[in-house]
Design a protein around this ligand. Structure first.
Ligand code: HEM
Length: 411
């Protein structure tokens, strides 16, 4: 089972600097093979050129993108923000006619450093340690909801609500609105049309705008209040800056952790020997989390070329977009020996949290959530397995993930 990679015959609509031998049409959203195993579907990309032009991966300039399956090239691109800018790389505000940028993701250095210096301490290992009790409690509450039943649909009952609840608590938003947040996240990242995504982007924007105004008037002990009232370099952040930061917090921790949890528990439920090993060797759980992050890296990031260049023999023009598809860079055979194999002894050098200045700000929270989920579920549901006759459904898109995963265990 491999994804269909069609060599495009329609070369006359291509920008003039794109050579036809570098064109490959890959549909990361709708190819049916992505619903079965997105990594297996993308593995054949490593038999082709390490950079190719994908006319199906359309950006807001109406053109396709340079797609990069090779991990070492991805690292080079992410490290060089002067040549490869992240401005508008997510593009949610442009989708709804706004001009704020998702901050700090869509801000290039040196301005990027201003925001990171201010935000880093709030997401440090020490800060995350203070959240630990809440993370543990939220995981346990969700497990208690299905433990005695002997089965669950893991994605809707754990993988999605767990990280979103943590983000909502961090931001200081009412947990009763959890289902609304989950729905927004699904429509924004996986809506079937641009209109559906724009509608969700707009609803989130209106909601966050109201919360920012409210917390400016009546600050509480939470993240939104903190960023609204704190002075940075002698000034307060303005409404657009607060919106850009809050929006990114909402999107950043949403699907990423849920996706990792889905792939991780799908693998554990179908590999009893790995489960047994981790139950007997709980100290190996952090290493297992890193290997799962590598094997099932899920985020698609983008950069825009700022100047005409030759990149490893490929002519790129200022304005071209590049897509970094982690689902293929994470299984690059030049980077990892036996890349499809899950090996808890592997040395960690994955790109799941990106690389360079935009290295994930929430990595410590994400890692802690993944570790807590493994620690708790393996002990309490040691013989969990995929429910017979159920289908596991995966998906591609902005963040690759698992859409449906029915698990059962002896209760
Ligand atoms: C397993 C979980 C996670 C994964 C795999 C992940 C992945 C990533 C990736 C790949 C990037 C860089 C994107 C780019 O370079 O274009 C990123 C950036 C970011 N992530 Fe995460 N993330 C995770 C969890 C979180 C969480 C829980 C939060 C929030 C609490 C978060 C907040 C952010 C922020 C704010 C940035 C932007 C950093 C910057 O631009 O300096 N992430 N993440």
């Amino acid at each position: 089972m491999h994804m269909t990679v069609i060599d495009s015959a329609i070369t006359d609509t291509l920008p003039s600097h794109i050579p036809s031998n570098l064109v490959k049409a890959v549909d990361y959203n709708n190819d049916p093979a992505l619903k079965i195993d997105p990594y297996l579907a993308l593995a054949p990309l490593h038999d082709g050129p390490p950079i190719f032009w994908n006319p199906l991966n359309i950006r807001h300039n109406g053109l396709g993108t340079w797609d990069v399956p090779r991990a070492s090239y991805m690292r080079e691109i992410l490290a060089d923000q002067a040549t490869f800018s992240s401005k508008n790389c997510a593009g949610f505000s442009a989708l709804i006619g706004e001009s704020w940028l998702m901050t700090p993701l869509e801000i290039d250095p040196p301005d990027h450093g201003f925001y990171r210096n201010f935000l880093n301490p709030l997401f440090s290992p020490v800060a995350v340690k203070k959240m630990d009790e809440r993370i543990q409690k939220r995981a346990q509450d969700l497990i208690d909801g299905f433990k005695d039943r002997g089965h669950c649909e893991f994605i809707t009952e754990f993988a999605r609500p767990f990280p979103i609840a943590i983000i909502m608590q961090l931001l200081g938003l009412p947990i009763e609105e959890l289902d609304i947040f989950i729905d927004w996240g699904q429509r924004l990242l996986h809506g079937e049309s641009l209109e559906v995504k724009a509608q969700a982007a707009n609803e989130i924007h209106i909601y966050l705008k109201d919360r920012i105004a409210e917390k400016r008037r009546n600050p509480q002990d939470d993240f939104i209040s903190y960023i609204c009232k704190t002075e940075v370099d002698g000034r307060r952040l303005n409404d657009d800056e607060c919106m850009g930061i809050c929006y990114l917090m909402f999107v950043g921790g949403l699907d990423t952790v849920a996706s990792s949890l889905g792939f991780q528990f799908h693998h554990l439920a179908s590999h009893p020997e790995h489960r047994k090993y981790l139950i007997e060797n709980p100290k190996k759980i952090p290493a297992a989390v890193e290997e799962y992050l590598r094997r099932f890296s899920s985020v698609m990031t983008a950069r825009q070329v700022t100047t005409d260049i030759d990149f490893h023999g490929v002519t790129m023009k200022a304005g071209d977009w590049i897509t970094l598809v982690q689902a293929s860079t994470s299984i690059d055979p030049l980077e990892y020996e036996n890349p499809m194999e899950v090996d808890f002894e592997r040395r960690h050098r994955h790109l799941a949290f990106s690389f360079g200045p935009h290295f994930c700000l929430g990595s410590h929270i994400g890692r802690r959530e993944l570790n807590v989920a493994l620690e708790k579920i393996l002990v309490q549901l040691p013989n969990l397995r995929i429910k017979p006759d159920s289908s596991v459904i995966t998906h591609g898109g902005a963040v690759f993930g698992v859409a449906h995963l029915e698990l059962e265990w002896d209760s």
